[in-house]
Design a protein around this ligand. Structure first.
Ligand code: PMV
Length: 346
């Protein structure tokens, strides 16, 4: 009745923003992301019939009501599927600062999906884990897989065709780097993303146009990754980020996630590309002030020094495509490698 799981956060190159069915956590559009190697969440879940309530410890401290409720709701879903009545002890820690907007909900709920389902005795395939994880946080559906991942929105009302699939493994593009630019004074989110995105759906006059553009943009981004082509990929990644930011900013009331420093980073990347006469880097950000700057190993020196000179940049972390969800100790099964993936499990 106990299991431990590790998961890595991801950064979306095509953003998920808006659900068509909140009950089933079904998104309007498919999204695409890169799982990140350097950051990870490790979570242990133990169901124990002697417990009188769920106990949730995040980074060594008892969780406050908001985060705790999200975990308890998720455990309830696992309990009802597995027909387990016992309360659980959940112990989760991140090797990166949780409140900095570095997508801890994606790695957090992917690790919780793995650990809670295994502790409850459910032997879920990767696809089933992805379907389960999205109920904690949409982006968690993608963190079940390493490398480059697409979360397919699907079209069925019951959500059975809504899950993430691995596109390319982390080793597909070894020279691709993500410089995570941490900006000073990044505000703590005023509203959860899951709520903020529904304000956008209801009020942004640009939302319908964005939705119409997304399938073609996603297909182009998928192909550019497949071809390892930065000349095609980098402009598309920035176009997508600008489109996401536009619908946030035209939401009523407006959602403005960036600080002046974040905006200076975007301007710095545009200037680098202009001076180079070709795309040497691409920016993207999610619902937070930190910026991810993708580049290639051979441009790393000049991109890093351009960014380090921007006032308000706290530091930049060099991150690369990262691994699949990992069970520790390994799940029994073919090979027993500890990977969520085992032959035929998709
Ligand atoms: O998974 P959530 O509910 O935290 O929403 C994620 C939203 C974005 O990070 C902005 C986009 C994405 O696809 O990750």
């Amino acid at each position: 009745m106990q299991a431990t799981c590790e998961a890595h956060p991801n950064i979306a190159l095509v953003k998920y923003w808006g659900v068509r069915d909140p009950e089933r956590a079904l998104p309007f559009n498919s999204s695409l992301s890169v799982t990140l190697d350097r950051f990870r969440t490790r979570t242990t879940v133990r169901f124990d019939p002697s417990l009188k309530a769920d106990r949730v410890v995040l980074n060594g401290t008892e969780a406050g009501p908001g985060p705790r409720d999200g975990v308890v709701r998720f455990l309830d879903r696992v309990r009802s599927t597995a027909r387990v009545n016992a309360f659980a002890d959940v112990d989760s820690d991140n090797n990166f600062p949780t409140a900095t907007g570095l997508a801890s909900s994606a790695s957090g709920f992917a690790a919780l999906a793995g650990a809670a389902s295994a502790a409850a005795g459910l032997a879920l395939s990767d696809r089933e884990l992805s379907r389960l994880a999205r109920f904690g946080s949409g982006s968690a559906a993608r963190s079940v897989f390493g490398g480059f991942v697409e979360w397919r929105a699907g079209t069925r009302a019951d959500g059975s065709d809504c899950y993430a699939v691995p596109l390319y493994p982390a080793r597909h593009w070894p020279s691709l780097v993500d410089l995570v630019v941490l900006v000073e004074g990044a505000p703590v989110k005023a509203m959860r993303s899951s709520e903020a995105m529904q304000w956008t759906v209801r009020s942004s006059p640009q939302y319908a146009r964005r939705q119409a553009e997304l399938p073609a943009r996603l297909a182009k981004i998928r192909r550019a990754i497949g071809a390892r082509d930065p000349d095609r990929l980098f402009p598309l990644v920035m176009e997508e980020c600008d489109s996401f930011r536009e619908v946030c900013e035209t939401t009523v009331p407006s959602l403005d996630y960036l600080t002046p420093t974040s905006r200076a980073v975007l301007a710095g990347v545009r200037e680098l590309n202009r001076k180079a006469g070709r795309p040497v880097a691409a920016y993207t950000h999610d619902a937070g002030a930190h910026v991810h700057v993708f580049t290639l190993d051979r441009h790393l020196g000049r991109v890093r020094s351009r960014l380090a000179g921007i006032p308000g940049v706290e530091r930049t972390l060099t991150v690369r495509p990262g691994p699949d969800l990992l069970f520790a100790p390994p799940r029994p099964g073919p090979g027993g490698r500890g990977r969520a993936r085992s032959s035929g499990s998709r």
